[in-house]
Design a protein around this ligand. Sequence first.
Ligand code: FAD
Ligand code: DHB
Length: 390
Amino acid sequence: MRTQVAIVGGGPAGLLLSHLLHLHGIDSVVLERRSQEYVQHRVRAGVLEQGTADLLREAGVGDRMQREGDVHDGVHLQFDEERLRIPFRELTGRGITVYGQQEVVRDLAERRRRDGGQVLFEVADVGVHDVTTDRPFVRFTHEGVERELHADFVAGCDGFHGICRDTIPAGTRTVYERVYPFGWLGVLASVAPSCGELIYANHANGFALHSMRSAEVSRFYLQCAPDESLDEWPDERIWAELQTRLGTPGWTLHEGPIIDKTVTAMRSFVAEPLRHGRLFLAGDSAHIVPPTGAKGLNLAVSDVDRLADAVATYHRTGSTTGLDGYSAACLQRVWRVQNFSWWMTSLTHHFGGPDAAFERRLQRAQFDYLRTSTAAATTLAENYVGLPLR
Ligand code: FAD
Ligand code: DHB
């Protein structure tokens, strides 16, 4: 098989890259390890930056998001029982759209199908070869048959546990990493959201987040141990903890049937550079942020926006400037977002340890600063809604 860009991974990064390349008249084939059913039902991100929502609309894949997504103009922070609203529309003129990642993936997959795009699900034994020559290829097994996909470029969009990053020799790759001493218990519940906007709460028992997916479905997260067993969290305990950590006088948290529970460990991770020969990494394959800033999906979108543009410029003009500058340009945004995500995490979580009381005083001081300083609130707001994509 031959195509112009071989894309490993059919998550949001891989599917959006394939679609953006198609808009530029460039062929690609997406190779995805999981089934279509699995990819489209994986519950993950929910917050789209203004730039992400704009890009999806401009790329013609934002119609359902426009109808069903919920635009928010602010977010709440809470310290113990004190709740503070950051009015980011007022402070920055921009907003966020709450729309589930699996909906974005469904919209992209459907559009790829309608445009005749090739997305092969349930591929196995994927290996990337000869990326430092001008004839790279990907070998894989599909429907029991071993195949080779030859391309001009290979895009590694295969997430944190993918194989592309390890194709880059250890000697030419530097990894920066921080592992946090906690994880998130993610909960999906069939109950109307109890607040029109998100609430990030720092309570003496730990972090909690109130989010939503629709008028009938709420999404919650609770700080827990990184390797916490779901057996420790029967539904009654989840609701009791959410009531405690999110509670504030005069506000009621509505309860309903819990339909999904998962535990995610938390890390900050960057592998530099994002390019090796004709292999380009994008999204979680190259970097992970702790989810507190809601940035992972948005960073993946920003990477592939840049990559699609660089490949298109190369095909149109022969110029390699965009391709050559891809890694450095992405890394600049990646590190800004790493900083913000680490900061939001540090503000709202308990790290434990001997100086826990000191840490909580610092968090209180930062919270008070956000309450009393427009400059501090604006810094949070402009990072949360997202800095311009390019
Ligand atoms: P992935 O979504 O991981 O996709 C990679 C794909 O590659 C997968 O489909 C995988 O099956 C496939 N694959 C892996 N290995 C292979 C292989 N060898 N061969 C072929 N295919 C392979 N981000 C936000 O922006 N906002 C949020 O609110 C937010 N909340 C989050 C909450 C949670 C609980 C979690 C876990 C994450 C959250 N994120 C959030 C992060 C976001 O989900 C990820 O950053 C995003 O999925 C990255 O997209 P991706 O396409 O790079 O990687
Ligand atoms: C959601 C996830 C996040 O990581 C976050 O910071 C806010 C909301 C969500 O899944 O709704």
